[in-house]
Ligand binder design. Structure first.
Ligand code: NAD
Length: 295
């Protein structure tokens, strides 16, 4: 049994922490929202009183926070996790944040000789609850090897993407493809509608031809061809437009810092910004087809 400190018990963090408890570990949770801490305690976790409290004596500290600013604030400084963590502890940040913040925090941990990985996830709340998340991991080999058994309790696919920050890089590069491809597939269906081509016919042809991609075959933005896709449930999320916008903005920020031109990524970020700005941020990201249709 390991002692695990878990900070950030939100939509994702709470079910992830519950899976660690279910696996027999001692999990002390902390969140600024007391209700979340109480919810973990009600499920056999331990209610932590503060960040310092859950870091004390921990073998692993997992964080699942909203953004880079929260991660920097919580990890760095005299009363930050890096300063508070026991020497033998492994730090696992699963928040989706900017690559620069991930590398800054990892560098601070390395300075104290404390193992750390960035381990953002895909799979959403459903995957967090079922323990089937995909973890994209950045960090040194030994830190990855030590963290892997813990990640396996919360996820099904664990991929080591390279050094510190590479987990975040993998996540935003993948989601930039996803955002762009969802727009491309949606534009094709809207055009087909105007040309009198049946959506199912386009699906049958494109899914076997060179237009084939995940946004088409697994997450089709029109109702019918893929029964499990959110289009069949009035675009109930799923993966929200707000989350897609967040990841596209992170990709744009990374491209700016690395001086890389990503014009389609920039356009996708702009379109998702407009779409989410129409009061649709909680809708599934595939609902962008309605925005492109002008509805
Ligand atoms: P959330 O807002 O539900 O949870 C974040 C939690 O962090 C909240 O409970 C908040 O109170 C807590 N928190 C913030 N500052 C804190 C602090 N200083 N100390 C302690 N607790 C603090 O967000 P979420 O949906 O759980 O997402 C968490 C991360 O996972 C984000 O980076 C998000 O981009 C990423 N992610 C989310 C999904 C999803 O479907 N929700 C999917 C993949 C990745």
């Amino acid at each position: 049994m390991a002692r695990i400190g878990f900070i950030g018990l939100g939509n994702m963090g709470l079910p992830m922490a519950r899976n660690l408890v279910k696996a027999g570990h001692q999990v002390a949770g902390f969140d600024v929202a007391k209700g979340a801490v109480d919810a973990l305690a009600a499920d056999n976790g331990i209610a932590g009183a503060s960040v310092a409290d859950v870091c004390k004596d921990a073998d692993f500290i997992v964080t699942m926070l909203p953004a880079g600013e929260h991660v920097r604030k919580l990890y760095l400084g005299d009363d930050g996790i890096v300063a508070l963590a026991p020497q033998q502890c492994v730090l696992i940040d699963s928040s989706t944040i900017d690559v620069e913040s991930a590398r800054a925090v990892a560098a601070a941990a390395a300075k104290r000789n404390i193992a750390m990985i960035d381990a953002p996830v895909s799979g959403g709340v459903g995957g967090a609850t079922a323990g089937t998340l995909t973890f994209m991991v950045g960090g040194p080999d030994d830190a990855f090897a030590r963290a892997k058994p813990i990640l396996e309790l919360m996820g099904k696919t664990i991929v080591h993407a390279g050094g510190s920050g590479n987990g975040q890089a993998a996540k935003i590069c993948n989601n930039m493809v996803l955002g762009i491809s969802m727009i491309a597939v949606s534009e094709a269906f809207v055009l087909a509608e105007k040309l009198g081509l049946d959506a199912q016919k386009l699906f049958d042809i494109a899914s076997k031809a060179s237009g084939q991609c995940w946004s088409l075959t697994s997450y089709c933005p029109v109702p019918g061809p893929v029964p499990a896709s959110p289009a069949n449930r009035d675009y109930q999320a799923g993966f929200t437009a707000a989350m897609m916008l967040k990841d596209l903005k992170l990709a744009q920020e990374a491209a700016r810092v690395a001086n890389v031109s990503t014009p389609l990524g920039a356009e996708a970020a702009a379109l998702y910004g407009l779409y989410a700005g129409q009061g649709k941020s909680a809708e599934d990201f595939s609902g962008i087809i309605r925005f492109l249709r002008g509805v």
